[in-house]
Write a protein that binds this ligand. Structure first.
Ligand code: SF4
Length: 375
């Protein structure tokens, strides 16, 4: 969701483009005043993604937003309460073929329901959605999606489970007012991922107190990491570092992430602190680099293709990653430096000699042979 004043057309459009670039498929924009609706009339035709107008209190602004060309509405049942207003909006949306999200929010639940239930419990949120759905259905409006957002993660999860058991419309998931990262990211992920893994949910939003681009990035990364969306961006894996690390893993990983994100490469990249365990543990990554003794071992699918000076690790990683995306796996493996694998193996052997083999492979092999040889 954008954070600009909607009347600021250029500022809002810049944010919409930034969000779309970070992975947002739909962007919500507030329509809280006439000037905002007028802004939407200029924004929607120039937007790269569908625009949803966020409507609170004033149903007329929903009508104005539709006139401005938005592709959908979010209505808050907690503050647009008059049945005839809701039905007027629904009839207009139906005529225009636009969907409506019934966006129930624990923080702005209808007063009557708060009195009935005492607090924003899952039953109250779901009943709020059901009342609104009934109004929409009474005017034969069926292009509906629902959200029942709560800032309390267990209550959010329970609300959506109850909703999924109760109604059969698409669900939009979110933990409302999750706060700034990292807490907001963790709360949102805990709620959204739990439900997605249960097969509940059709669209998602992270509600962070942060640049909205962070929301879009987080949402995209969550869907990619759950295998629910094709990877379009970088997936950087990095070891947590330990006493074996031969470089400052945090610094190398941070620099690599920045450089690779700027290059916008859709691959999995590994940054590992040592060559003793790094290439093996990250052999599934498309490409990676592990620190040897003052040098970096650059590997593709676990095979070392270049050995580079330590201060050139990030640059070499970026260069090889770009070539890998442009030329493909076979071509880059064919370009592996002739003696890279031998140099790497020798350096790894030396490090194991100095540091010891954390995996105790030789010891284990001997034990396996001993056990296998027993009657
Ligand atoms: S890859 Fe090496 S440095 Fe990184 S955590 Fe594993 S053993 Fe430690």
């Amino acid at each position: 969701m954008t954070t600009t004043k909607t009347a600021d057309v250029d500022g809002t459009l810049a944010q919409v483009y930034a969000l779309a670039g970070a992975g947002a498929d739909i962007v919500r924009i507030t329509c809280n005043e006439v000037e905002a609706a007028e802004g939407l009339a200029e924004i929607t035709p120039r937007s790269p993604v569908p625009i949803i107008a966020d409507i609170h209190y004033q149903y007329r602004l929903a009508l104005a937003a539709m006139e401005a060309g938005v592709q959908g509405l979010r209505l808050n049942p907690g503050n647009i309460r008059k049945e005839d207003h809701i039905k007027t909006v629904a009839r207009e949306a139906k005529d225009r073929g636009l969907p409506i999200r019934v966006g129930v929010n624990a923080g702005s639940l209808d007063k009557t329901l708060m009195e009935k239930y005492g607090s924003a419990v899952p039953e109250a949120l779901v009943e709020s959605a059901q009342i609104e759905i009934r109004y929409l259905q009474e005017v034969d409006f069926d292009d509906i999606k629902i959200s029942v957002k709560h800032s309390n993660v267990p209550l959010m999860v329970e609300s959506y489970r109850l909703l999924a058991d109760t109604i059969d419309y698409p669900l939009h998931l979110g933990v409302t007012e999750a706060g700034p990262p990292p807490g907001g990211l963790i709360k949102s992920t805990a709620g959204i991922a739990t439900l997605l893994n249960e097969g509940i949910g059709d669209t998602i939003r992270y509600s962070l107190t942060a640049d909205p681009v962070e929301e879009a990035k987080a949402g995209r990364q969550l869907l990619e990491s759950l295998g629910l969306r094709e990877r379009k961006g970088l997936d950087l894996i990095a070891c947590p570092s330990c006493g074996r690390a031969e470089v400052d893993v945090i610094e190398v990983a941070t620099n690599a992430q920045k450089a690779l994100e700027e290059a916008n490469l859709p691959i999995q990249v590994a940054v590992m602190g040592c060559v003793v365990n790094g290439p093996g543990e990250a052999r599934e990554a498309d490409i990676g680099i592990a620190a040897g003794r003052g040098r970096g071992h650059l590997f593709i699918k676990g095979q070392v293709v270049r050995v580079v000076p330590e201060d050139e690790m990030v640059e070499a990683l970026l260069d090889e990653a770009q070539k890998l995306v442009d030329e493909g796996l076979e071509a880059r493996l064919a370009h592996a430096e002739a003696n890279a694998a031998e140099i790497a193996a020798e350096e790894r052997r030396q490090l194991i000699e100095i540091q010891g083999d954390a995996n105790r492979n030789a010891e284990r092999k001997a034990k396996v042979a001993e056990v296998a040889g027993q009657d």
